[in-house]
Design a protein around this ligand. Structure first.
Ligand SMILES: NC(=O)c1ccc[n+]([C@@H]2O[C@H](COP(=O)([O-])OP(=O)(O)OC[C@H]3O[C@@H](n4cnc5c(N)ncnc54)[C@H](O)[C@@H]3O)[C@@H](O)[C@H]2O)c1
Length: 475
């Protein structure tokens, strides 16, 4: 039965459903315990649900089961230990155990960019859904949370139809995820909205029961969590549309930075001035070295690829430009480096041989250890390729950065990275770097030259301390 949604009512009347396991609240499983799935498993145990986190990565599961979060996310360690101790939370590499346990199974596996194009690689989704379906022994709801091309939920229904016993009546739903790394615990416990794509009242009821802990927490804090109940395609599109909008906003201000650079304007003041208009707003309006991470870059590419397949490629052509603006900002750091170091910038980029460069920041944003498609690390690698001796420091991302870019040198502290450097590039806006003392760092550096790739330093203070300062889109 199709229910007459979309509805943006905060709390539509939803029929109570009994979980197929017979438990009072649905038992939840999260397949894929990466940044998304592990955070969800832990936070939903904290909300009182019985949870299993499943992954094919035995090392990751062993860490989680032992009380260690395998990535950096503020506040998550304590919640993990507490909920393991309470016995509500388990981690497993056993798909049969996971399938038998759960009433609602959330698919949280990765959907990276395909190696052979811009589209999303759905092989992990396929493996997770197929493996799970084969082991189900009663009715269950499979809920997609990974970010996917529109049409994936329908395809998953077909996969389930092929691999699960037909008489079980297994259903599918979609609930996209909006958490931000660095704020993930708060975003999961107190989301600014929940979106569900469903086809039946039963699926809607099960999803409501699976999120009741979130609604109850909100009620105790006198808040409401808006619930948008819609169809599969809209639910899938909400996520990629949101990311496309955010990426566009960042690239818009970075395009303004490019114009400021040739016109002699200051993009930081421009952003502040336009941001006062509430229709524009000042969030995601900081010019800098651009966006990265495991979501925005691959999501805008996959969105274009899917739109092209569906015959709406024209509608998203602007996202190609958004991507190009974003990538151009990385080259801009190299231009500024060449300028400060007095090197020519030729058709193949600058020759920076014989220079030592400190790169502060390896993660794609502060308060995370995620270096996936991080602009900072990409720029560090480009500086190294141009001949510079690059020394990187990041408060949390060192292990991941070392794995990703073993050719770079890594230092144990900001001071060690800066010692002897001819140029310092601040490429991730960690508080440690924003609040660094330019006088003390000036004593360590060989040359007081700084590129502020995030416009996060106090240019006046740095200039007073004798540094030659270059920001992004600033005179
Ligand atoms: N990280 C974020 O901030 C965020 C936010 C919103 C949405 N998303 C989306 O969520 C999805 C997951 O992202 P992530 O950052 O957590 O990725 P991740 O790479 O950190 O985690 C993915 C996990 O899936 C596991 N996996 C792979 N194949 C599996 C299988 N067959 N069965 C079970 N587990 C399997 C991997 O071992 C890994 O632990 C992506 O689609 C992403 O776009 C991520």
């Amino acid at each position: 039965m199709t229910i007459p949604y979309p509805s943006t009512q905060p709390m539509p009347t939803i029929a109570a459903v009994t979980p197929p396991s017979g438990a009072a609240r649905p038992r939840l499983t999260f397949l894929g315990t990466g940044y998304l799935g592990a955070t969800y498993a832990i936070c939903f145990a904290e909300l009182g649900y019985e949870v299993i986190g499943f992954d094919v990565d035995a090392e990751k599961i062993a860490k989680l089961a032992g009380g260690e979060v395998p990535f950096h996310e503020p506040g998550l360690d304590e919640l993990l230990k507490r909920n393991l101790a309470a016995g509500r939370l388990r981690f497993s590499t056993d798909i049969a155990e996971t399938a038998v346990f759960g009433d609602v199974h959330f698919i949280c596996v990765g959907t990276p960019q395909r190696a052979d194009g811009m589209g999303a690689d759905l092989s992990y989704v396929e493996a997770a859904v197929t493996g799970l379906s084969q082991h189900l022994i009663r009715k269950a709801l499979i809920v997609g949370k990974s970010t996917v091309p529109v049409g994936t939920a329908e395809w998953i229904e077909q996969l389930v139809g092929k691999h699960a016993a037909a008489d079980l009546g297994v259903e599918v739903a979609w609930s996209p995820e909006f958490l931000q790394e660095g704020f993930a615990v708060e975003d999961v416990l107190r989301p600014n909205r929940i979106v569900v794509g469903v086809k039946t009242e039963w699926a809607n009821g099960m999803l409501y029961a699976s999120h009741k802990g979130v609604f109850d927490l909100a009620a105790t804090e006198d808040r409401e969590v808006p619930l948008v109940v819609t169809d599969f395609a809209t639910a899938e599109l909400v996520k990629v549309a949101a990311n496309a909008f955010l990426a566009t906003k960042i690239s818009f201000i970075n395009a303004m930075a490019e114009v400021c650079e040739v016109a002699g304007g200051d993009v930081t003041q421009l952003a502040r001035a336009i941001g006062y208009d509430p229709r524009i707003g000042n969030r995601f309006l900081q010019a800098g070295v651009g966006f990265g991470g495991g979501c925005l870059p691959k999501d805008i590419r996959a969105f274009q690829a899917r739109a092209q397949e569906l015959g709406a490629g024209e509608a998203l052509r602007f996202l190609h430009e958004v991507d190009l603006i974003n990538l151009r900002r990385r080259s801009r750091v190299l231009q500024l480096a060449a300028e400060l170091l007095g090197r020519r910038y030729g058709p193949a980029g600058p020759d920076l041989s014989g220079t030592r460069v400190a790169v502060l920041g390896a993660t794609f944003k502060p308060n995370s250890d995620d270096v996936r498609d991080a602009p900072s690390l990409a720029v560090a690698a480009a500086l190294s390729k141009a001949g510079a001796d690059v020394h990187v420091y990041d408060p949390q991302g060192m292990d991941n950065a070392r794995r990703e870019r073993p050719e770079l040198s890594y230092e144990a502290s900001m001071e060690d990275a800066v010692r002897g450097a001819d140029l310092v590039c601040v490429l991730t806006e960690w508080a440690d770097f924003r609040n660094a003392d330019p006088v003390a760092l000036g004593e360590l550096a060989s040359g007081r030259r700084v590129v502020d790739g995030r416009n996060c330093l106090d240019s006046g203070l740095w200039t007073q301390a004798g540094w030659e300062y270059r920001g992004m889109g600033r005179p």
